[in-house]
Design a protein around this ligand. Structure first.
Ligand code: CA
Ligand code: CA
Ligand code: CA
Ligand code: ZN
Length: 504
């Protein structure tokens, strides 16, 4: 059957709709003719008689009333929704169980995660939908084992300070897949770290995630078993983790949860202060990534939330703790009412943070710009700029005889003890301009001399300490206590101490 184009002539009487069209199109008196007769004694009468301005008001009121009727009559798609939560869409990882619309100012447009009496609720923007690129409905398979790729950038002892603790979390009624996946968890963490660092490089900087790691720079993955209900909702997971002591303010927790409920969901707090006291600059926050979304991209997205991106005051905030200036890990249309995406950066930026570096991450923000005056995750205490380890080498003592340095470890009272050492990297490369703090200690470890010296162009440092007439006899020590230079860190070892003897 071929649809007939609507006729524009007054001869058409084929159907009611063409009749209305004809009258409306031809004469423009549609309301005054047919409908007025039909509705002559209806509730629309006052509307029809009213003046235009009142008519406008009445039509607005009628429209609103009709919307309410329409909404009430919907065969509740939102049967699962509670307290005005959006409808669940489990296939997309959108589950709102246990979340309560927040009215707290630091959780604007978000949800309270009510973690029990006497505890301040946590905040979340809600579940993140499975991204198109993830595009699967099952557990992500493990990666080929590659210890090299699983390493992260080492930071200090792997324990102290603000760090992200990686955890494998499963409910007691789920099979244990720790051994099968532990290397993959490390690899996804390391690849998420690359997203942070590649984003820093865009502004000439360097930033790595400070993970809890072992001496081989492999992130330590804790293996935690929850009650059977512990994985059922974000609030259950948070409560059980808190009850079990995962509340260290120096830790944010990256939870690889062996469940298919969510894609990812995480805590965030509304605090856009640029200061180190920003609430997002300390723990303990939870970033939960479920098995359908185990990937660097989702790990990067959820951990970024726990570090405070994207604040509602950001220039391109979409009003839901994300952004609309794509391409960007943190930007997506997270609700039908959020602004449409604007493609201001190329598609390669989809695996990088902050298109144009103006909303939440910039290692070098312009003076007075938004990120110079508001919370900038590049300044997070959970991130760090790696430093090159500096070592002391060839620390020796000696005397100057005939203007020449002669090495010796034996001295008498009144001697001028000259010491020398080199400053170098792990690779043995000399480093100039390093500030060195040196102490000369008596046999009882009391301080005889202290000096602040600087390495010369060949990385060499020289100092001296003269022995007094009453200098105690025995074993003395030269100790290099610190080496400082931007981009480097002192790595003390046995080479930083030298022992010599003072005798008669
Ligand atoms: Ca369960
Ligand atoms: Ca995006
Ligand atoms: Ca941006
Ligand atoms: Zn998100």
């Amino acid at each position: 059957m071929v649809a007939e184009p609507p006729k524009e002539t007054s001869t058409s009487r084929a159907s009611g709709s063409s009749q209305i069209r004809e009258k409306h199109d031809v004469k423009g008196v549609f309301l005054r003719t047919n409908l007025r007769h039909i509705l002559a004694s209806s509730f629309l009468q006052p509307y029809l008689r009213a003046r235009p301005r009142v008519r406008l008001f009445l039509s607005g009121a009628f429209f609103a009333f009709a919307l309410v009727l329409l909404f009430m009559s919907l065969p509740s798609q939102s049967a699962n929704a509670q307290g005005g939560n959006p409808p669940d869409q489990p296939r997309r990882g959108l589950v709102y169980k246990g979340l309560v619309r927040s009215n707290r100012p630091d959780c604007q447009n978000g949800f309270d995660v009510q973690v029990g009496k006497g505890r301040k609720p946590l905040c979340t923007h809600g579940p993140d939908a499975i991204p198109a690129m993830q595009g699967i409905a099952e557990t992500v398979p493990p990666l080929p084992t590659d210890v090299g790729a699983a390493r992260v950038v080492c930071s200090g002892d792997g324990q102290t300070g603000r760090r992200i603790q990686v955890m494998y979390v499963r409910a007691a009624d789920r099979p244990d897949r720790y051994a099968e996946y532990v290397n993959s968890f490390q690899q996804w963490a390391a690849a998420a770290d690359a997203i942070y660092n590649n984003s820093a490089k865009q502004t000439g900087g360097e930033r790595h995630v400070r993970f809890v790691h072992d001496t081989n720079c492999l992130p330590i993955v804790e293996n935690l078993v929850l009650n059977p209900e512990g994985d059922d909702s974000f609030v259950n997971t948070a409560i059980e983790l808190m009850n079990r002591g995962y509340t260290d303010p120096d830790r944010n927790y990256l939870l690889y949860v062996d469940s298919e409920i969510y894609c990812g969901i995480a805590n965030i707090v509304g605090d856009d202060s640029p200061l180190a006291t920003n609430a997002n600059n300390s723990g303990s926050r939870y970033a939960r990534v479920d098995a359908r979304c185990w990937s660097p991209w989702v790990v990067a997205h959820e951990t970024m939330h726990t570090l405070g991106g994207v604040q509602m005051s950001a220039p391109h905030s979409n009003g839901g703790w994300h952004c609309y200036d794509e391409s960007d890990v943190m930007c997506y249309k997270d609700s039908p009412t959020s602004p449409d995406m604007q493609y201001m950066c190329g598609s390669t930026n989809e695996s990088l943070f902050d298109c144009n570096k103006d909303d939440y991450f910039n290692t070098n923000p312009a003076r007075r710009s938004y990120l110079a005056t508001h919370w900038n995750v590049a300044n997070s205490a959970f991130l760090f700029i790696p430093t090159t380890p500096l070592h002391v080498s060839s620390l020796v003592t000696g005397k100057i005889l005939a203007k020449k340095f002669t090495a010796t470890d034996t001295f008498v009272r009144g001697d001028k003890v000259v010491y020398r050492f080199n400053v170098q990297t792990d690779a043995g490369q000399a480093v100039a301009g390093v500030q060195a703090t040196v102490q000369v200690l008596r046999p009882d470890n009391s301080v005889s001399c202290t000096a602040n010296l600087t390495s010369n162009t060949t990385g060499s440092v020289e100092g001296a300490c003269t022995l007094g007439r009453n200098a105690p006899l025995g074993e003395w020590k030269i100790v290099v206590n610190n080496l400082t230079k931007a981009g480097y860190a002192f790595a003390p070892d046995a080479n930083a101490v030298h022992v010599y003897t003072v005798g008669n």
